[in-house]
Design a protein around this ligand. Structure first.
Ligand SMILES: C[S@@+](CC[C@H](N)C(=O)[O-])C[C@H]1O[C@@H](n2cnc3c(N)ncnc32)[C@H](O)[C@@H]1O
Ligand SMILES: [Mg+2]
Length: 248
């Protein structure tokens, strides 16, 4: 396009816009600001406020953002302390997480695992997985977490063949609540649970996973206990974790 033609086109646009063109840079700045997703805003907050290579400072920054700025569906610090206890007690060598989101609980878990442990976390949303990758890398745990970007229903049947898993010592279930039952049954039928495998599930009360709670408490395959707590970043709403130990 020649310069003359470009200038004519620009003048024409200005006339057509009736002056709107003057505010164009402002409109563009607004658009690029708001084009950031919540998950990207959390990541940016972490990068600006936490210390690189320090997982605890990353968790603290994510939690501060969740309590003070914008709610997000992370496990959070209150239920997180309960999960920490379960992970320390179990000391798993092989662990699976269903639902990575932006990597908060994966970082919580990985920071407590022995260096030799194999820890896989599954997320099917590409954008969430990309944020988690940066969050995990910032925490310095990229060599301790195997991120799998796929649907859990496809990954679980491939764990033995593609990911060289014999059985799992521990599972953390925290993806969409209506597939908890489907996936624990998939873990069973694919023979990934052994006597003593600890399965912990989040959000039993809020948003709620009643069918799952009913299943693990009544099917006869688990010793299951409910651990009451509060919903993430809320002082009022009751929630809790279900810990179910496979009987084998
Ligand atoms: C509640 S968030 C996970 C929070 C995370 N565990 C934490 O506490 O930091 C649930 C995540 O599971 C993902 N998800 C839901 N169903 C899934 C499925 N069938 N396969 C893989 N990921 C799934 C969603 O995209 C979402 O990012
Ligand atoms: Mg949750």
């Amino acid at each position: 396009m020649t310069m003359v033609y470009k200038r004519r086109l620009w003048t024409g646009l200005q006339r057509l816009s009736g002056g709107m063109i003057k505010v164009f840079p402002y409109v563009r700045a607004q658009t690029s600001e708001s084009a950031m997703s919540k998950e990207q805003r959390v990541l940016q907050y972490v990068q600006q406020n936490a210390s690189r290579g320090d997982p605890d400072s990353v968790l603290a920054a994510v939690d501060k953002f969740g309590w003070e700025t914008e709610w997000a569906m992370n496990l959070g610090d209150v239920k997180g302390a309960i999960l920490d206890r379960f992970v320390k007690e179990t000391a798993p060598q092989t662990m699976l997480e269903l639902g990575t989101y932006m990597g908060y609980s994966a970082i919580r878990i990985a920071r407590l695992l022995p260096e030799t442990a194999k820890f896989m976390t599954v997320e099917f949303d590409q954008e969430n997985a990309a944020v988690a990758r940066e969050m995990i890398e910032f925490a310095g745990l990229q060599n301790r977490i195997i991120q799998i970007t796929s649907d859990t229903a496809d990954v679980i049947p491939q764990l033995k063949t593609k990911y060289d898993v014999e059985t799992l010592d521990m599972v953390f279930i925290d993806h969409w609540k209506d597939v908890y039952v489907r996936d624990i049954k998939l873990l069973e039928t694919n023979k990934l649970l052994r006597k003593g495998t600890v399965v912990v599930a989040d959000n039993i009360i809020k948003p709620g996973a009643p069918e799952y709670a009913e299943y693990v408490r009544t099917c006869g395959k688990y010793d299951s206990t409910f651990h009451e707590s509060r919903f993430e970043y809320s002082n009022d709403d009751i929630d809790g974790l279900e810990k179910s130990v496979f009987r084998g």
